[in-house]
Write a protein that binds this ligand. Structure first.
Ligand code: IMP
Length: 186
């Protein structure tokens, strides 16, 4: 994991102070907007949502319900390797697709685009599998990320975020809102 916000925190402390960045209501409203926009763009095509585990499980579940019509859902588990402070761009697939995506309209659902290295890797690997189309929907995008998702929930600044699927050492994924860990992690 990497972050312009600085190194990943070593371990969450019980006294961690998390400031709300986007409330549950704001998230649900934005997800509904994304769902409507996505359906409009794909017309009546079947969309295969590709949920990138673990961080996008909650976003993908809500997005799937916000898109009317034909939607399939697939899961891909990935783990990024790095020195703990910077992503190396080496990504390991921990849980591969169980259904071929050839000739399908695939929409990658990602939690946050940070350096963009994970998505660059996924685009390469998935393009080789011959989908009819491949697009990206990211819940959050940091400024300066080299990968430009086709759909973005919220653009954000620095700061380590948790909640709504995003973790800090596997914790806080269950928060219904998106929050920033305070004080800023150094
Ligand atoms: P990238 O390859 O640098 O774009 O890494 C993206 C991955 O890093 C995301 O899918 C997240 O799992 C993780 N990540 C980056 N920033 C944060 C954060 O602020 N909170 C939680 N996870 C993060």
């Amino acid at each position: 994991m990497s972050s312009p916000a600085g190194p990943s925190p070593p371990h969450p402390s019980d006294s961690a102070n998390i400031a709300v960045l986007h409330t549950e209501e704001q998230i649900q409203k934005r997800v509904r907007e994304l769902g409507a926009q996505i359906r409009q763009d794909y017309e009546d095509e079947e969309i295969t949502l590709l949920c990138i585990l673990k961080g996008s499980f909650m976003f993908a579940a809500d997005l799937a319900r916000a898109i009317e019509g034909k939607v399939a859902v697939e899961f891909l588990g990935v783990r990024s390797y790095g020195d703990g402070t910077r992503s190396s761009g080496a990504v390991q697939i921990t849980h591969d697709l169980t259904t071929p995506i050839q000739d399908r309209h695939v929409l990658i659902v990602e939690d946050i685009v940070d350096t963009g290295l994970t998505l660059e890797y996924l685009k390469r690997v998935l393009t080789a599998r011959g989908p009819a189309s491949l697009k990206i929907c990211a819940l959050l995008q940091r400024p300066g990320a080299p990968t430009d998702p086709d759909y973005v929930g919220f653009r954000m600044g620095d700061g380590f975020v948790v909640g709504y699927g995003l973790d800090w050492a596997q914790r806080f994924r269950n928060l219904p809102f998106i929050g920033v860990v305070q004080p800023p992690i150094e």
